[in-house]
Design a protein around this ligand. Structure first.
Ligand code: HEM
Length: 398
């Protein structure tokens, strides 16, 4: 095995990166990847240390030329995810309250209703055509609708969220094509325009949603600029569904391919729902790689990251670390404890984790209760992206 086997352009690697990452972990410390020009931290302890280090930051590099990428650039530079303290602390504290456990639990009845509607539609598709798509008909619409409602995006516009977001996140992969770049810029403009419109409307006519709450903070003057407000809303709308869709799909396919775990989901999905969510996210992480840049010389394990150098935490690899998880390559839906780092760690720890967990803890058992005879109808089609890992289509029958 050579470090070059960690090759994001190689379809075989993307379809199953785990054997290569397992070999990388055997090295026992972060490894320099010359063509990516960054360190990779594949082990659980090192990846966690990368996420928690105060001298490894999320430093956004503006895309050039700025006049082409202007909106894309400020949508990132002014968002929570791509800022560091003190700006990060200020932005995060403004939205954190809306995503705490208590606030999120209040969404539970609404999530149940959305699930019922989606399952009814899946049942209809089964009757009409014999199959449905777990991604397009179930895993994707649920988080999109929930985050759209939370922010107050109206029905006519909520169906744009997924395609715009998909276009933007293609830029998080390595070597995007010219067409993908054009689509990402267009999507940024469209997204910013929609949220700007929403902000203008809320200023005249406040409605009970998160955008109105943030508008009131912005209007009070000190804490939030208009760009920060828009960037924060766009981030929430994107992050609020991208990983949830893939977290569901990846875990679902793995469970369907593991007879013992599929049996558990058919016989007692509700009893094991909490540990199922964690194991879905551990076993095949929907977000595989997050970069940091050293703002000062930083030691991770035995290696030294020089100021200005990059290092990536490999979340999916860390979650398969045998020194932390016994039988790490085996899915176990009752695994406990399960200290996976699928939601990250440190100051950028996923703000939406309580919401993502609630959606999954409800939607996984509901699917298996409704369709106990569920089977893969075709080989699920995997996307060709690595950083955001997931399936394009999962056709099932029942
Ligand atoms: C299964 C679903 C999800 C997974 C696996 C996930 C994972 C992650 C991870 C790994 C990070 C940290 C990135 C880093 O350290 O660089 C993150 C950050 C974030 N996530 Fe999630 N996420 C999920 C769902 C959600 C949802 C539903 C929301 C809803 C709003 C959300 C909002 C955010 C935000 C705002 C951040 C940035 C936090 C910050 O920078 O302080 N995520 N997520």
């Amino acid at each position: 095995m050579s470090i070059n086997d960690f090759d994001l352009a190689n379809r075989n690697f993307v379809v199953n990166p785990y054997p290569v990452m397992s070999k990388l972990r055997e090295i026992g410390e972060p490894v320099w990847h010359e063509s990516m020009k960054m360190w990779l931290a594949p082990g659980h302890a090192d990846a966690s240390a990368v996420l928690r280090s105060k001298t490894l930051g999320r430093i956004y590099t503006e895309k050039q030329p700025n006049q082409l990428w202007e909106t894309f650039n400020w949508l990132h530079a002014d968002s929570i995810l791509d800022s560091e303290p003190p700006k990060h602390t200020r932005l995060r504290s403004l939205v954190a309250k809306a995503f705490n456990r208590g606030q999120i639990d209040r969404l539970a009845p609404r999530i149940d209703l959305l699930i019922d509607d989606l399952l009814a539609n899946c049942a209809k598709k089964l009757r009409d055509q014999g199959t449905f798509d777990v991604i397009a008909d179930y895993a994707e619409p649920l988080p999109v609708l929930v985050i759209a409602e939370l922010l107050g995006v109206d029905k006519e516009n909520s169906h744009f969220l997924r395609p715009w977001s998909q276009a933007i996140v293609k830029m998080y992969e390595y070597n995007p094509t010219e067409q993908q770049k054009t689509e990402a810029r267009q999507a940024s403009d469209n997204f910013a325009q929609l949220v700007t419109q929403m902000v203008t409307q809320r200023k005249q006519n406040p409605t009970p949603d998160l955008v109105t709450e943030l508008v009131q903070v912005e209007e009070s003057g000190e804490k939030l600029t208009l760009h920060e407000l828009i960037a924060t809303c766009v981030l929430l709308l994107n992050a609020g569904h991208e990983a949830s869709v893939n977290g569901f799909g990846n875990g679902f396919v793995a469970a369907m391919n593991t007879p013992s775990e599929k049996a558990k989901l058919i016989t007692k999905p509700r009893e094991i729902a909490n540990s199922t969510v964690e194991e879905f996210l551990r076993f095949d992480a929907p977000l595989q790689l997050f970069e940091r840049t050293a703002t000062a010389t930083t030691k991770i394990g035995e290696i030294v990251v020089e100021e200005g150098q990059k290092i990536a935490a490999l979340l999916g690899s860390a979650n398969r670390d045998e020194s932390v998880f016994s039988n790490a390559a085996q899915m176990d839906l009752t695994r406990d404890p399960n200290p996976h780092i699928g939601f990250g760690g440190g100051i950028h720890f996923c703000l939406g984790a309580p919401l993502a967990r609630l959606e999954m803890v409800k939607s996984i058992p509901a699917l298996f209760e409704r369709f106990p005879g569920i089977e893969l109808a075709d080989t699920p089609r995997m996307r060709s992206t690595f950083v955001l890992r997931g399936y394009e289509e999962i056709s099932v029958s029942a």
